[in-house]
Design a protein around this ligand. Structure first.
Ligand SMILES: NC(=O)c1ccc[n+]([C@@H]2O[C@H](COP(=O)([O-])OP(=O)(O)OC[C@H]3O[C@@H](n4cnc5c(N)ncnc54)[C@H](OP(=O)(O)O)[C@@H]3O)[C@@H](O)[C@H]2O)c1
Length: 271
């Protein structure tokens, strides 16, 4: 349960996958929910489900985080509604298939906005209120891709997730005594709409089942990690083992392994 009073969590990318799972976990633990994404219908369905199943209050904000004004608009909307945010889940995200030069600049620019600038901006907007109230939880959904060496295609993805991990670690160090916990969550392959959106469903469906986790499990582990105050949480034993290999094997070897396997999960040919 959310301690003392009823708290409120804002989840970005709540219309599907890991974000919707996070909304359910926070609701199960007594948090009211602010649900944000671009698709209103999915958010409305989730809001109804959470209100019915857990008796929590919900508020929907339709926003495209590729718009640089979106974080401020979300913040202003909540100020106007008098809703204080106790937990922020920076979850919205996607992958861009193809080689860097095959993808138009506007797509790369929007990707940086959604994956790096908007979550950093949202954290900056909501952090002061959390510090003032002596309680805050910021969960940045990164990825195992931010830990393992890069490969061709989806060129900015690993870099964006590495940013989220390092950013969370540094940010957490600024909150030793404020009551604010900051966690980077690093899932590996997770069942969601992610690989349908990136067009990789056909190739990733050939990966062994043991590589995959359910979104609910990923979100539950993320919730527990941010409540404990772990700066980084890698989901599942298989992903933790891969992260260990990436840490202790020499770079040349891990890079070679990832490159030899990357055609099983990266779409490079978008022509
Ligand atoms: N699935 C995996 O294997 C995996 C592994 C590691 C990390 N992750 C990370 O987990 C997070 C959640 O992904 P998922 O797997 O749950 O994928 P998903 O099922 O495709 O959900 C992605 C969510 O992000 C939202 N979103 C995408 N672009 C947006 C934009 N421009 N503005 C606002 N919202 C946007 C989508 O909502 P709308 O379309 O309604 O806007 C959707 O709710 C991402 O950060 C992803 O990088 C996923």
């Amino acid at each position: 349960m959310a301690d003392k009073k009823t708290r409120t969590a804002l989840v970005t990318g709540a219309s599907a996958g890991i974000g919707a799972a996070f909304a359910r976990v926070f609701a199960q633990n007594g948090f009211n929910l602010v649900l944000s994404a671009r698709r209103l219908t999915q958010l409305e369905m989730l809001a109804l489900e959470l209100e019915t199943a857990y008796g929590v209050k919900t508020h929907i904000i339709v926003a495209d985080l590729a718009d640089p004004n979106a974080p401020q608009r979300i913040f202003d909307d909540l100020e106007e509604e008098g809703i204080a945010i106790d937990a922020l889940v920076n979850n919205a995200g996607y992958g861009v298939p193809g080689l860097y030069r095959q993808v138009k600049w506007e797509t790369h620019r929007d990707f940086i906005q959604v994956m790096i600038t908007s979550p950093a901006h949202l954290a900056h907007l909501f952090e002061p209120g959390m510090v003032e109230r002596g309680y805050g939880r910021i969960l940045n959904v990164a990825s195992l891709a931010g830990i393992i060496p890069p490969s061709a295609g989806h060129t900015q993805y690993g870099a964006a997730k590495a940013f989220m991990i390092r950013f969370s670690q540094a940010h957490a160090l600024e909150h030793k005594e404020t009551g604010v916990h900051i966690t980077a969550l690093c899932p590996g392959f997770t069942y969601s709409e992610f690989h349908d959106v990136s067009g990789a469903r056909k190739i990733v469906s050939k990966l062994p089942k043991l590589m995959w986790m359910e979104a609910d499990e990923v979100a539950q582990q993320g919730f527990e990690a941010v409540m404990r105050g772990d700066p980084v949480c890698i989901n599942g034993r298989v992903n933790r083992f891969i992260a260990l290999l990436a840490k202790y094997l020499p770079d040349w070897l891990t890079t070679r392994i990832v490159r030899s396997q990357s055609s099983k999960f990266r779409v490079t040919d978008v022509k």
